[in-house]
Design a protein. Structure first.
Length: 233
């Protein structure tokens, strides 16, 4: 194709897993499908239970969606940020957090935790890009750093210290965390966490540091309106 019509490929993150975790994933799909279609499903596996790996680490399937009685993913994400001691490293295409998650990130940065957030400079959702600026200004004002990657990054992962990596389909926005069917895998243990952290770092070093500026009144009103519509983004 010509240069005019050539599109830059999206950057994404995927991984393979087998055994009990794959069985849990199949059951999770069956349960979500049954909920969406109103059909009964037989519970045969303990989804969300820890699965030990050969390297001593452990993995855990964490589902989120309208068929879940508890917001386990959201609770783990927020509590992990509040409990972080050294580092929070995240990559996501869309960043429109609710006030509690934003507070957990900003407070972590204020108490000296290295908070680094990697986003695409321009995602495929212009409204989401506009809505994110208030949160980005809060994070940078607290001492965190935001990095804008040159291409479209669709990966979703959060690293907390050297002990936890949350990787999967959930974005750091309200619609994804509270409305959508999402599936994340929690990796517990330094070897696995380090692999995902290294992957994010490779994209961070090629990104440009975000520098937020105080918006004018009109821009601030527009951003506020778009944030109010955050569940529709």
């Amino acid at each position: 194709p010509s240069q005019r019509h050539r599109r830059t490929p999206w950057v994404d993150l995927s991984f393979d897993f087998t055994g009990p975790l794959a069985q849990q994933t199949q059951q999770r799909f069956d349960q979500d499908w049954a909920f969406a279609t109103g059909k009964p499903v037989v519970d045969t596996l303990a989804t969300g239970s820890m699965v030990s790996g050969p390297d001593g680490g452990a993995t855990q399937l964490i589902a989120s969606g309208p068929d879940q009685s508890d917001d386990t993913l959201y609770a783990l994400l927020v509590s992990s940020c509040f409990g972080a001691t050294t580092r929070i490293l995240a990559i996501t295409p869309y960043f429109v957090p609710d006030p509690v998650l934003l507070m957990a990130l900003t407070l972590a940065a204020r108490r000296g935790v290295a908070v680094d957030l990697v986003l695409p400079r321009h995602s495929n959702h212009k409204l989401a890009d506009l809505a994110r600026h208030a949160a980005l200004r809060d994070i940078t004002a607290a001492g965190g750093r935001v990095w804008l990657a040159p291409g479209m990054v669709h990966a979703k992962a959060v690293i907390v210290d050297a002990e936890l990596a949350l990787v999967g389909s959930a974005n750091l926005d309200e619609r994804s965390l509270f409305l959508n069917y999402e599936l994340m895998v929690a990796f517990h243990g330094p070897p696995q966490v380090a692999q995902f952290a290294d992957w994010i770092e490779r994209h961070r070093v090629t990104a440009e540091l975000y520098r937020g500026t105080r918006p004018g009144l009109l821009r601030e009103l527009v951003e506020g309106l778009v944030r109010w519509l955050a569940f529709q983004l």
